[in-house]
Design a protein around this ligand. Structure first.
Ligand code: G1P
Length: 300
């Protein structure tokens, strides 16, 4: 069985929910505490043993490539000023030469199309797929757990979490079959099900391990929900030939594609930082005390 060595990050999205912040800055470069969102996702992949990072970008995303490059002048200045901690931090996060690749999704045709754009860079091996809007907070990274499950099961793996059934229409939803080692067989998948038609409340949280056969399928995939080429529709076709397993992730996930998820992520990651947590907790408490209760609605 081939090892999962490569990860794909689809980062071509326009970020319209964050305008005007994302007029000139990619949404993936917005910061949660002091790291850009994309850095969290790349770090998660690295923790899972990924060796090659493939970014599917678009116009106005060049700064993501710069972020993962060495900033020689900055490093030099930090060294001269004796800021060794800062320098070590940058160096720890720095991909090695040749570990990153970038390609462009030239048209916004959907997630399935974005993944297909990475086909030449992935080649004939299984790969991890991490959607950068979703960042996770847990002791062990979600992708690391998935790679461990994959080492036992092979096939394709999708991470899922429970959602409020009223929210199911916003996501891809899977049906739950028999239990396997630390996971379960996936029996059905549907992208953005209409209210009341979802097979469960387990939503796809943006982490996948997929076999390369998905690329040939995506090549001929017709448009689905939202008139976009949907990855979920492609996976459903692949499921006719290959096994799909669900990994039930139980940590926290923040949808940084929405302002409320992004703000919540900032609070959660700040509270988890030993150098910030006490100050932050105090500040939040004060804000809550100052918050005036909303006036009661008069009836009749
Ligand atoms: C995509 C996937 C969906 C998944 C979601 C997680 O949807 O198509 O299956 O549940 O990401 O964020 P999107 O958010 O791009 O509409």
């Amino acid at each position: 069985m081939k090892k999962v060595r490569k990860a794909v990050f689809p980062v071509a999205g326009l970020g319209t929910r964050f305008l005007p912040a994302t007029k000139a800055i990619p949404k993936e470069m917005l910061t949660v505490v002091d790291r850009p969102v994309i850095q969290y996702v790349v770090d998660e992949a690295r923790e899972a043993g990924i060796e090659h990072f493939i970014f599917v970008t678009g116009r106005n995303k060049a700064v993501i490539e710069d972020h993962f490059d060495i900033q020689f002048e900055l490093n030099h200045t930090l060294a001269q000023r004796g800021k060794d901690d800062q320098l070590a931090k940058l160096q720890r996060l720095q991909p090695l030469p040749g570990q990153t690749s970038f390609t462009r999704q030239q048209e916004p045709l959907g997630l399935g199309h974005a993944v297909w754009c990475a086909r030449e860079l992935v080649g004939d091996e299984p790969f991890a797929l991490l959607l950068p809007d979703m960042i996770m907070q847990s002791e062990k990274s979600c992708m690391k757990e998935m790679v461990e499950l994959y080492d036992n099961t092979g096939g394709n793996i999708i991470a899922v979490q429970e959602c409020d059934p009223a929210e199911a229409h916003k996501y891809g939803i899977v049906g739950r079959g028999e239990e396997t080692h630390n996971g379960f067989r996936i029996t059905s998948m549907v992208e953005k099900p209409k209210q009341g038609t979802a097979p469960s409340n387990l939503f796809i949280n943006g982490r996948y391990i997929l076999q390369p056969e998905i690329f040939a399928i995506l090549e001929s995939q017709e448009r689905g929900a939202g008139n976009e080429i949907q990855l979920t529709d492609g996976m459903l076709r692949l499921e006719q030939d290959q096994r799909f397993f669900g990994y039930h992730y139980r940590g926290r996930t923040f949808d940084c594609g929405s302002p409320e998820g992004f703000v919540e992520a900032n609070v959660a990651f700040a509270l988890a930082r030993h150098d910030l947590s006490a100050k932050m907790a105090g500040a939040i408490e004060e804000l809550l005390v100052d918050m005036k209760p909303a006036p009661l609605q008069k009836t009749g």
